[in-house]
Design a protein around this ligand. Structure first.
Ligand SMILES: C[S@@+](CC[C@H](N)C(=O)[O-])C[C@H]1O[C@@H](n2cnc3c(N)ncnc32)[C@H](O)[C@@H]1O
Length: 409
């Protein structure tokens, strides 16, 4: 596609090439066809109000809508996470692919990968988003993209079956339509929330179940419509916007008053001797911890709470926190003697602070000794599947439509 001015086209191309190079360096884009898609798609056209250079930053997500509670509900996802999901989907030329959650640029990435013989259906529940996607498709000239308005809960039966379905909105469950409309052996890539932890999981259909091939840490806006299932917050501290809260996702109801009192008291730290590299992700550890510990919600803390020393760390995706009665302990780290590495530990609060922190540290050590080199396997079965037809061990998460099992083979 050419622009009216050669100069403009050159600048755009340079931005796209730089972004593609960054995606390669980050390890997000590896398949040459994924890289080629990012070198080609004019993603800035989907966000005309945003500085063009920003739209070509690998980690930049453009928030396009926020709800009445201040929660982001629509965005153009960052190129890095789009690349991760495209890699997970292993898209082939000629495929028919459904994208759940629309906007335009990612549908265009997929359109580049499936080619003219393939077809992309991109759906969104929000007519503002589908109107924007329609405009983007018209402006960029893709003829193999169909934009549909609807609730993803029902999928898009008119265009099924799909070789792959890529979901770009956080899902707590997997509606039967997604499985039914996916070909046998086809791939569902979905930001699946499991006990508060969201991972984009690549799942292959085998009969009526889905089996994971990979999972990566991610953050996505929450599902709306029939599948809406937001986490509840148990607020432990809220002064001058320095909020600290536990995100409950099927966890037992906590004794909030006791935990509030515990947070206000001095803490005890316990160290594990287990170290991680500065850039090493901890998402596998956290998934392990939620597999073995029954009551481990994520703690969300605002940066102000850290500044004031109320908590020892913050992460936008939350920190695993073991709750036991009126005490709790959350994962933390400190720089180890080997300065490039960080030692993992736990900060305990409450009458049983040390005991709960030690329990968390025991499991960090168990992960290090036995599970660190293993990959979690995530399987999805229809709701109602009897226990004896599930894998023998693992964490079972029951949702309205499915039974999700995390195991460590
Ligand atoms: C992160 S945005 C999509 C980003 C887009 N795929 C891209 O790469 O630019 C998530 C979208 O999911 C949509 N969404 C939320 N719940 C939905 C549902 N039940 N059915 C269809 N779309 C939904 C939101 O309206 C929002 O636009």
């Amino acid at each position: 596609m050419t622009d009216k001015t050669g100069q403009q086209a050159t600048t755009e191309q340079q931005m796209r090439d730089a972004m593609a190079q960054k995606l390669i360096e980050l390890g997000a884009a590896r398949d040459p066809r994924v890289v080629a898609a990012f070198r080609t798609v004019r993603r800035h056209l989907a966000a005309p109000d945003v500085d063009m250079t920003e739209t070509y930053q690998a980690e930049f997500a453009t928030i396009t809508k926020t709800d009445e509670h201040g929660v982001d509900i629509s965005s153009v996802s960052a190129p890095r996470i789009q690349a991760v999901q495209l890699e997970q989907a292993r898209i082939e030329p000629g495929w028919t692919v459904l994208e759940v959650g629309s906007g335009g640029p990612n549908a265009a990435n997929i359109a580049e990968m499936v080619g003219e013989q393939g077809h992309v259906v991109t759906m969104d529940i929000d007519t503002d988003v589908t109107a924007r996607a329609e405009r983007f498709v018209a402006e960029t000239g893709y003829r193999n993209i169909t934009v549909v308005t609807g609730d993803a809960e029902g999928g898009v039966p008119d265009h099924a079956p799909f070789d792959a379905i890529i979901v770009t909105v956080q899902a707590a469950d997997i509606p039967p339509a997604w499985v039914d409309q996916l070909k046998q052996g086809g791939r569902l890539v979905v930001p699946l929330r499991m006990r508060g932890m969201t991972r984009t999981v690549s799942l292959v259909r085998e009969g009526d179940r889905l089996i994971s091939c990979s999972h990566e840490l991610c953050g996505f806006v929450p599902m709306q419509g029939a599948g809406e299932d937001r986490m509840r917050l148990a607020v432990l501290h809220d002064v001058d916007g320095e909020e600290v809260a536990l995100r409950l996702d099927g966890h037992p109801e906590p004794d909030v008053e006791a935990l509030r009192t515990a947070l206000a008291q001095p803490s005890t730290k316990v160290w594990s001797g287990v170290t991680v590299g500065g850039m090493e992700p901890k998402d596998h550890l956290d998934l392990f911890l939620t597999t073995v510990l029954d009551n481990l919600p994520l703690m969300a803390a605002k940066p102000g709470a850290r500044k004031r020393g109320i908590v020892a760390g913050v992460s936008p995706l939350g920190i695993p926190t073991l709750v036991a009665g009126g005490s709790f302990a959350y994962r933390t780290s400190r720089r180890s003697d080997d300065s490039d590495r960080w030692e993992l530990g736990a900060v305990g609060h409450g009458p049983e602070d040390e005991k709960v922190a030690e329990r968390l540290v025991d499991e960090i050590q168990a992960w290090h000794h036995e599970y660190r080199s293993r990959q979690a396997r995530i399987e999805v079965y229809p709701a109602g599947t009897p226990d004896d037809q599930l894998p023998a061990s693992g964490r079972v998460i029951d949702r309205p439509h499915t039974r999700v099992i995390i195991s460590w083979p």
